[in-house]
Write a protein that binds this ligand. Structure first.
Ligand code: GLA
Length: 334
């Protein structure tokens, strides 16, 4: 049995998924493969190229968040959700850099779920992965990472509406290159202010309704200035996602890049999830000839940036990868 799930990069629309808003991510050609076979022993045993210790998880695991080593929690979250009837022994190989904001954990979750016998459609797979992630990490993440990994389409970004969990493929123009640049700052979601940001967005929604359908003129009804700024980010980010999708469809890379930079500014000023290093790298990238726009991607607090550029504008290095929009999670051999 071989199962594969890709990482993802979000082109635009961050901290909108749990607000019922819009995002436009794509699955990438970096991913996680699980190779192995079912066993009679009631245990899922996985080794990983990236980890010194294996994951050894009983198929009736109780609380995934207490499992050790820490990477095995994600395996345990999936096992708890899939509730397989048999054990599994195998190995994990991944080309997604860990903890960088490219959804290495979503790729692991979905590949493990398919390997241990998950049956269902890609949306169900994504939701199972999200529950596994929340149980493993305690972070109340949204659905974007797992949905993109499950439903990716080669050559396309996915314009996702999280009010309905539906998506529309948007072709990535042939004259555009997507470049991911690692900031060098490790990003630890669990230790971050992610839950606090989500709570602020939810507080805003209790006042003015779901932010995915709210308008800017309602912001005055929010008393707390911090909550108001968080809500302003979500509402304006949805507008930018729409404009970005239109720009991609029209092949207007300059406009698309402009929306990405505006997104970064909103994430920095209103949502406060950027860092000085991410800001400096966005400025550096945008000053390079052929780069039309750049922004932090994912939760923020370090991790990766994404840039849209003319082919060849950014030279690949150990910290910069040209990525291509790829198909979603699948079993390669059963
Ligand atoms: C993380 C979460 C996603 C999403 C992004 C921010 O990647 O897992 O659900 O909220 O942050 O857009």
């Amino acid at each position: 049995m071989t199962a594969f799930a890709p990482g993802r990069v979000n082109l635009i629309g961050d901290h909108t998924d749990y607000a019922g808003g819009l995002a436009l991510p794509m699955a990438i050609d970096l991913g996680t493969t699980v190779v192995g076979a079912p066993t009679d022993e009631p245990v899922v045993r996985l080794t990983s190229d990236d980890q010194p210790e294996p994951a050894v998880v009983p198929i009736d695991v109780g609380d995934p968040s207490t499992v050790a080593p820490s990477w095995a929690r994600y395996v345990a979250g999936v096992v708890a959700e899939v509730a397989p009837t048999h054990g599994f022994r195998g190995a994990v190989h991944s080309t997604v850099p860990i903890g960088s904001g490219l959804s290495s954990s979503a790729a692991l979750e979905l590949a493990v779920a398919l390997a241990v016998g998950f049956e269902g459609d890609p949306l169900a797979l994504a939701r199972l992965g999200q529950r596994a992630e929340q149980r493993a990490s305690g972070v109340p993440c949204g659905l974007m990472d797992q949905l993109t990994s499950a439903c990716g389409i080669a050559g396309h970004g996915l314009l996702i509406d999280f009010a309905t969990d539906t998506w529309t493929p948007v072709p990535i123009p042939a004259d555009a290159e997507v470049v991911v640049v690692h900031s060098g700052e490790a990003r630890a979601l669990a230790g971050s202010a992610y839950a606090e940001r989500r709570a602020a967005v939810e507080a805003a929604a209790t006042r003015i309704g779901p932010l995915g359908s709210a308008t800017l003129d309602r912001l005055d009804e929010i008393d707390d200035p911090v909550v108001r700024r968080r809500a302003r980010h979500v509402i304006t980010e949805d507008q930018r996602v729409r404009a970005f999708a239109e720009a991609l469809r029209a092949g207007d890379l300059t406009l698309a890049g402009h929306e990405m930079v505006a997104s970064h500014e909103s994430l920095r000023e209103d949502f406060e999830v950027s860092t000085p290093r991410l800001d400096a790298l966005v400025a550096e990238l945008c000053a390079m000839p052929g780069v039309v726009g750049a922004r932090l991607t994912g939760a923020g607090f370090g991790g990766c940036l994404v840039a849209l550029a003319e082919p060849g504008a950014v030279a690949p290095t150990g910290r910069a990868w040209v990525v291509h929009a790829a198909d979603g999670a699948r079993r390669i051999r059963s």
